[in-house]
Design a protein around this ligand. Sequence first.
Ligand code: NAD
Length: 352
Amino acid sequence: MFDFPAPVPPEEVLCLDDPQSGLSGVIVIHSTALGPAAGGCRFHRYASDADAVADALRLAEGMSYKNALAGLPLGGGKAVIRMPDAPFDRAALFRAFGRAVASLGGRYVTAEDVGTSVADMQCVADSTRHVAGLPAAPGAPGGDPSPWTALGVLRSMEVAVERHLGASLADVTVAVQGLGHVGFALCELLHDAGARLFVAEPRIEVAAEAARRFGARVMESDELLEASAEVFAPCALGGVINAASVRRLGASVVCGAANNQLATPAEGDALLARGILYAPDYVVNAGGIINVAAEHLGWSVDEARARVEATGARLAAVLDHAAAERIAPHRAADRLARAAIARAHRQRVLAA
Ligand code: NAD
């Protein structure tokens, strides 16, 4: 099947190479059709330059789609920095990265991602103002995006459970995999909404805390997958829905915060074939990037909250499109995102 419109190729790739600080990696600007390309900076050990570039290309495209479907005036991009093998000065490395971001003149806006911290972004901010994820000013958006991500997942889950099961969160059991920044906050919201909880988390003291505070039943991660909960909420790892696990899933709704939950798009089709509703990850988990956008674009906390609260409505639109086109939700989300980017690109070309 030809999934129209076709994938959008990246606009720009900037190699990062500063031997003095040890900076080595790449910034990919996937699309600026909707606005400056926004997406975090990943700091990770890669086996080769080719692996780092491939990761950046994939992640930058994902950010374009996430930002487009979140209705943000932002395109998509990503930076990937290779962790040096030799000892290095972390502050100097991130200042050098900041200079590279500055050289793009605002076409790319960076923030934290896997392996980077607020302190790193403060070093980046020494060289450029095109950085978010800095400590929040009192009464302004910014700071830890996780509570916002958890709120968006909650609103999405309400919609998914209502549509697929005709139920409310108070009627269901949710299996939450991973009680980190997002997962734990989500458990709190779900508990307040009256849901029963099954949880899996390798840090046993955190799992015990969820049992104590929310009455959650603690399970092994593998057992959780097959548990008889109505909803499975992946909030830990990517690729958790793979060829092996897709057959074992006990839930009839998958809705969680983890990025790249489907190992391949085929698993999304397999979920549909099994009658399981998959709420596409990048639609559901956009609360964090909305908070980052609010910080960078100077929106109020109320504006940020309203946009995060609307995550459920955005998921509903994706599910409507999937139903109308008789395709799986993850394919519907990709199509809508590509169409939004193509539309914005056309308008920009016509206006030039
Ligand atoms: P985190 O590192 O704080 O939490 C991950 C948790 O998963 C940790 O507590 C870890 O111990 C646990 N874990 C690891 N392996 C596990 C396993 N096999 N079974 C169960 N638990 C396991 O990360 P986070 O910020 O909470 O993010 C969670 C996921 O959501 C990630 O995939 C992240 O990319 C995605 N995400 C996060 C945000 C955000 O705002 N933080 C936004 C969008 C997407």
